[in-house]
Every structure is written in C-alpha cells, then in structure tokens.
Design a protein around this ligand. Sequence first.
Ligand code: AMP
Ligand code: ZN
Length: 457
Amino acid sequence: MQIYNSLSRKIEDFKTIEKNKVKMYVCGPTPYDHNHIGHARTYIFFDFLRRYLEFRGMKVDLIMNLTDVDDKIIEQSKKFKSWQMVSDIYSREFFGMLKDLRIKPPMSFPRVTNHIQEIIELVHLLMDKGFAYQTNDGIYFDISKFPDYGKLSGRDLKDPSISRIESSPDKKNPADFAIWKFKKPGEPSWQAKFGEGRPGWHIECSAMSSKYLGNQFDIHGGGEDLVFPHHENEIAQSEAAFGKSPWVRYWIHPAFLMIDKTKMSKSLGNIVSAAKVIEKYEPELIRYFMLRAHYKKQLDFTLDRLDSSKEQWRKLVRAWYEVIQSLENQEFGKKSAVDEMQDAEKKLISALDNDLHSPNAFVQIEFVASLVLGGGLDKKSLDKAKKFFDSIDSVFAILPKPWWSEKDKQMAGVAAELRESYRKQKLFDKSDEIRAKMMESGVILEDTSSGQRIRFI
Ligand code: AMP
Ligand code: ZN
C-alpha cells in the first residue's frame, strides 16, 4: 500500500513500525461550538483510512484528543456558566456526530484537562534539555535549538507571517511558541513548579500521543490547516524531547470541504451545520458524497450537489438489497459473474492501495452493482456479490442496513395476495392502486412467470 506523506511530499510505501499494527493519532476538535459539515469530511476520511487499514489485516490503535481548555473555549465560556460546560456540551455533540455518521470510536478520547501532569512533565523535560525558556508570560519553545524546524510545512522562518502567530514581547525568535501560558485573571490554571498556568495548544498532542502510543508511531493526521503551526510545533517538541526522528512516520492531511471555493469555517461565516445535514440525509449518503472524491482534492459542498449524488448512491443500495433478497428468497438465475467480480475486487484494492484512490474504487463498485441489477445471477455469483458488498461496507460504511422488518414482509405479503385477488376478479383499478401505494412505501410488487415477486428498495 502507498500513501501520500506530507512530510516527504511524496507518495510512499506504507510500512508500519510493528508488523500488522498501526499506531495512529488524529487531532480531535476544540469543542467550543457546533460541528459543521467540513469537520465531518475530515473525520469521515480518517474513519475510512482506519477501516481500510483494518480491511488490509492491520490492527489499528487510534487515539483522538479533545482540546477541552483553550482560548476559544475560554472566550465562549462567557455565554455559559463555566468553561467546563462549553467543552462538555460540544464534545457530547461531537460524539453524537461521529455515531450518526458511522465513524468508529477510537481506542480513547484523551482530554487535555485529564493530562495536565503529563504535559507539565514534558515542559520540564524540554526545559531541562535546553529547548525551552521562560518569559514573563509563559514558557516558550526555542526554535533556534531545533534545526529541523519547518520541515513539515516547508515554511521559511523569516516569513513575517510567522511572527504574527503568537506575540510576546520577549520571545527570542518570532516563531517561538508557548508550551505553557502563565495564569491570567479569570482563566483556568494549574499549579506547576515553573509557574501556575495552562498548557499551550500544541504541547497536549505531544504529551497525550506519547502516553498512549509511545514516543514514535506510524500515522498522525488532521485537516490541512493543522500543518502549520500545529503539527510543525508538535514535531519540534516531540523530536526535541524524545530524541527520535522521525517522531511520526506518515503525516496525513485530507483537503478541505469548501463552499463556493472558499474553506468552510466558522470565522468566515459560511458553515453548514453537520446536525442539519444529518437530519435530512442518510448518513451513508453523506459518507458516499465525501468519499467519492479523492481525499487530497478540495471538495465543494452544496445541498444541491449532495442531492444530485443521491441517484448514483441509490443504485448501489438497490444492488445491495437485491443481493440480500435474492439470497433470502433463494431466487437464483443462471448467469455467472464470479470472475468479473473477482477482477473488480482486485482493481478496487489496487485503487485503494494507490493513495486511497476512492474515485477509482467507486468505478469498480458501480460495475458490480450493475452486474447485480442486470439480474439473473446464479447462487455462486450472488454469494460473491454479498461478500463484495460486505467488504465495501466495512471500508466505506455507505450501505444502509435493510430497513424492512419481519412485519413489513408479512404486510407486503398480504398486500400482494389482495392485489392478486383483485386481478383475478379483473378489478384492475383496485389492483393498480395497491401496487402504487406499496411503491410509495418502497415495496415493489413485480409480476413474473412464477407469480408475484416482492421487492423492498
Ligand atoms: P477545529 O476544531 O475547528 O480545529 O477542527 C477540527 C478538525 O476539522 C481539524 O482537523 C480541522 O482541520 C478540520 N476542519 C475544519 N474545517 C474544515 C473544513 N472546511 N474541511 C475539512 N476539515 C475541516
Ligand atoms: Zn494536535
């Protein structure tokens, strides 16, 4: 398998440190406001990556943090009773979004406020090793002590935009960043030998990843806006403290979800709430929409575009339901398509092995769906199609479970009998009416040479 590594700016062979085990850390949200559908794209992508690695036989240890103390949370707490309440409310909403979108939970969701001790120890370590110094408002990382600074983002340290990131009058270099911020009135703070305060943003990910995944691991990810300064700073701290380089082997940054070619973001005021979209559209359709595009390409979002992808997606779902029902009802034809399906599966894996090329993978999925919808497949082919779709769903989670219950089946059976009896009495208006009504609720009553066939779609 090959994957694009932001660190080398190349597509590389994917080799894990431990055989068949992937240690993966994804920067979680700062839960200070509602989720937007841009967040959904990033977390759906990492879920897909995790699922694909599992499909390829690897065990994935995934950690996702929650930044539950931070400037934005403190700012937002003016509207709430306490700063803790802000992250409590919005992290619960975030978990809800993950569940709604069939995103598998990570091994753990460590929170900053539960790891202050680990963070303090890391700050001490960086000070002892001479990588950090104190000013009157905090402890800063000294980038001049870390010659590799800039290797992820390719930033020039003389770039004037760097100085604007965090300003403190007595910083040694413009790009030095706070790893500990001394207490300010009205802000949450914790005791530490070097002075009461709270962690800077970046230090948490170095401290928590090392606690759960060790001092060197395989994958680190987040949206593309995290490359600089967040991930650049994480690398500096971690390589300085742990003495291992590269600290992380593969840096993975999916592209943004856009609105009218601009990044969807709260500060630009162009967000579409994730909850609103989830309320109106099937989670599997949302995932299909997101995953049908290559993850390194920016994707423009509108509800119209989501709507117009529905038909293609429905076709896959219909094929999947067709397989389930044919096997359940033991309706087998004579056509064999096992070889074609095997070939499609091979092509699908090679597409995904090639930097997760999901658009090419979907060509194969659509091909198998059209084989199924062509009808007349024999039992072997249907078994094969079932396996194929099961694998697809384990990787993409784009196929909704059959919606019909035993009771629905019974009711459809009764309707079919009634329709048949009207037909025998030549009351065609009535029989057609039944058929139309059933159709509205997603049940097709089909006439075949061997009688009526009931199909749920
Ligand atoms: P935040 O809590 O806003 O910092 O974002 C959490 C994650 O969502 C980060 O990995 C961001 O890069 C990502 N993210 C934010 N906006 C977008 C967007 N428009 N498209 C894709 N990912 C985004
Ligand atoms: Zn992080």
